[in-house]
Design a protein around this ligand. Structure first.
Ligand SMILES: *Cc1c(COP(=O)(O)O)cnc(C)c1O
Length: 472
């Protein structure tokens, strides 16, 4: 039997109804929709009931409960995804939406988003046009590839390539390259979905040309190379590079495909040369695929470059329709490729600018920001500039470190607590915590965001413990 509490002794009995609390919460927040206030009131009451289930707890005031409900309602009603400030120093951060678009690319999206566009009409003739013709042409021009194409993302590109070139047949992949990219993209599984039989060759750490030669049979449709985007193999290792693969495949008329993951269309000094996609074609790949929102610095997209016959077959594949780019991404991609064509990429594309930033400039930014943050922190934290290593980002260039500068903060309330509060600031700021310090990396701050870091840190150092959120 349930233990029975005396009616007046159980403070849960005195809690307001959902309706009443929602009305109370809405009194000072006319801007919040009713559904969110009701949901916020429900969460606040659940949290309070749970808290009061522990013996000896006292009920909070209705005013405070209404405050929780309103805060939760505001959280439910605000648009998502929200803009955040990336002070992690990780340039391509998948959880933070990867590459920020150049302002010009964002404006191009805005210009077509709210109106009609010439997406699939040729304004010169008034006839139906091809939405991808422009971008395909620009990709080929920039890369020197025979042809280019773009779909929704790199995973979609792989699916399309595999389905087009290998459906019902076999693809050879080194056991050292059967990788899983975050978000459940696994090479063996995507091959299965594309109806391509996987033939594993070599061993985890070493694969030799003879392994590929031995794996080739009458059903071999392609040799697939997959970039190890999020881990490194070190020690007693060997892999077969593109020129050798091309020799093996070329003699037998078997195409060599590379899933590059992160590719660029300019050579970036200081970054591994294999990121330069046109170089991969020069070295023997017949087809390469990479993401639009990694090192390229554009929108989410899957870029395909390669031989005209293969690309044409992909364009005609019915799957291409299911995987096609939407008009917003297309507008951003077209603008981004335009910046590359105009020689403006290094100045205009945020990812390239961040990667190319000099030590002197980073140090100067860190010193200036540290001075301002130290002033506002006062006794609440010690603040100083410090040389620290940043990262290109998982899923792009593994283990590749970027020497840079951070503002180190040692708050009285602790680094973890401050990092949490920075995430709850009016414009959330994402930081790194290392060695018990809060690190704010200046490399990944976009123009003007230093002001937002100031505001957020000021909020974070002053916030009352607990605050107005529903306790979780
Ligand atoms: C990132 C990555 C993918 C997936 O790219 P999306 O654009 O996120 O679909 C596939 N393969 C490799 C090697 C990658 O690095």
């Amino acid at each position: 039997m349930e233990p029975r509490l005396p009616v007046n002794g159980d403070p849960r009995r005195a809690l307001p109804s959902v309706d009443r609390l929602a009305r109370l919460a809405g009194e000072n927040r006319m801007d919040l929709p009713r559904w969110a206030l009701a949901e916020g009131a429900r969460s606040a009451l659940d949290a309070e009931r749970e808290r009061l289930a522990e013996p000896g707890q006292e009920a909070v005031s209705q005013g405070e409960l209404a405050g929780w409900a309103a805060a939760e309602a505001a959280r439910l009603a605000e648009p998502r995804p929200r803009r955040v400030v990336n002070a992690t120093g990780i340039v391509i951060h998948t959880n933070l939406g990867r590459a920020p678009l150049a302002p010009g690319a964002a404006a191009a999206v805005g210009a077509v988003a709210a109106g009609y566009s010439d997406l699939e009409i040729d304004l010169a003739t008034g006839r139906r046009g091809d939405r991808l013709a422009r971008v395909s042409e620009r990709l080929a021009r920039l890369s020197g590839a025979e042809a280019g194409f773009a779909v929704n993302n790199c995973a979609a590109a792989m699916l399309l390539v595999l389905d087009t070139l290998g459906r019902g047949r076999e693809a050879l992949v080194s056991r050292g390259e059967l990788v899983e990219i975050g978000g459940s993209f696994r090479v063996p599984e995507i091959m299965e979905r594309a109806g391509v039989r996987l033939v594993e060759v070599g061993s985890t750490n070493r694969t030799h040309p003879a392994d590929y030669e031995g794996g080739i049979g009458p059903d071999t449709a392609l040799l697939l190379k997959v970039h190890r985007s999020n881990f490194e193999l070190q020690g007693f290792v060997a892999e077969v590079d593109l020129p050798e693969l091309q020799k093996i495949g070329g003699e037998r008329g078997i195409p060599v495909v590379e899933d590059l993951g992160s590719g660029t269309l300019v050579e970036l000094p200081g970054l591994p040369p294999e990121a330069f996609a046109p170089g991969r074609l020069d070295r023997g790949a017949d087809v390469v695929c990479f993401s639009g929102d990694k090192l390229l610095g554009g929108p989410q997209a899957g870029i395909i470059l390669g031989r005209a016959a293969h690309v044409e077959a992909m364009r005609r594949n019915p799957l291409a329709r299911a995987l096609r780019l939407d008009k917003l991404s297309l507008a951003a991609l077209d603008w981004t490729l335009g910046a590359y064509l105009g020689g403006r990429a290094r100045e205009e594309i945020p990812v390239l600018r961040q990667l190319g930033e000099s030590q002197e400039s980073l140090e100067k930014q860190a010193r200036e920001l540290a001075e301002r943050l130290a002033r506002l922190a006062g006794e609440a934290a010690r603040v100083w500039p410090e040389a620290r290593t940043g990262f290109v980002g998982g899923g792009s260039v593994p283990g590749f470190e970027l020497p840079g500068w951070v503002v180190a903060v040692d708050p009285v309330q602790g680094a973890e607590a401050t990092a949490t509060r920075l995430r709850h600031a009016s414009t959330p700021v994402l930081s790194r915590v290392r060695d018990g310090l809060l690190l704010l990396d200046v490399r990944t701050l976009l123009p003007g965001e230093d002001r937002e870091v100031e505001r957020a840190l000021s909020e974070a150092l002053r916030a009352e413990p607990g605050g107005l959120a529903v306790p979780r």
